[in-house]
Design a binder for this molecule. Sequence first.
Ligand code: PTJ
Length: 267
Amino acid sequence: MDEFKIPKSHPRYHSLLIREKLVEGFKKGMVVPEGLIAHGRGEAFDYLLGEKTHEFAIASIKATIASLLLAKSPIISVNGNLAALAGEQIVELSNLLEVPIEVNLFYRTEERIRVIERYLKDLGARNVLGSDCKKTFIPGLESSRGIVCLNGIYSADFVLLGIEDGDRTEALRRMGKKVAAIDLNPFSRTAQMANITIIDEATRALSKAIEVAKEFKKLERDELENIVKNYDNRRVLSEAFKTILQRLEDAKRRGLLISFSTHSITK
Ligand code: PTJ
């Protein structure tokens, strides 16, 4: 049978292409079945937010890149979904800023750690931790996401992570680390616990992050410090919620929502 190809004219071409990347990652043993479900939740929030990189996400991306450049030992934490969807962008960002990557999984198996590590190295990653390191634990975290490399996430002062929910961001913050999280869901605990929340689709956000990184590498330390100092994560979360409310207001204006008012909240 002929292989199915998504027609370029399809109105949801890009979204379907991203799905295909995830399914490919699943077939390669990088993504767990639960990861396919997690993607659906992300898609729903992306739809609500209008499927674009908003100004509030750009502000978060800028604060993240400035922080990665300023940190003493930053790290990019990668799980199955993030590797499958944005492996190329992660590797480019890691090499560009000389920030190591650590493979860290919720549904951890040593085999999957190795598959993801190999995938990232084949894409050109120069510094990937995961299988071959001295392991230790994030205090107070019971899931196997708490197993980390002593010379990686455990000793990092700044962690960039994405597409994960639950309690790890909170545990990392308890350890005194700064966390930037890519998460389309502004309601999630990760989104609300992170120091910097990038509310955007991971492939879009990381492509933008590469552009910003190239520009910010030329900045002086005090310019980067100012970007971090002036960043306000509460405002970013608030702008994301407002965007969702405004999109509901638009639906109402178009007669799709009857007897509903968000006026008191959005004014
Ligand atoms: O590879 P593993 O074993 O570490 O497992 C990874 C998954 C994704 C299965 C695990 O971390 C998980 O179950 O995550 P959750 O609890 O579903 O949370 C994922 C969060 O990422 C949700 O808030 C989604 O809205 C969001 N999300 C999903 N896809 C994207 C996304 N955010 C940005 N870009 C996406 N493409």
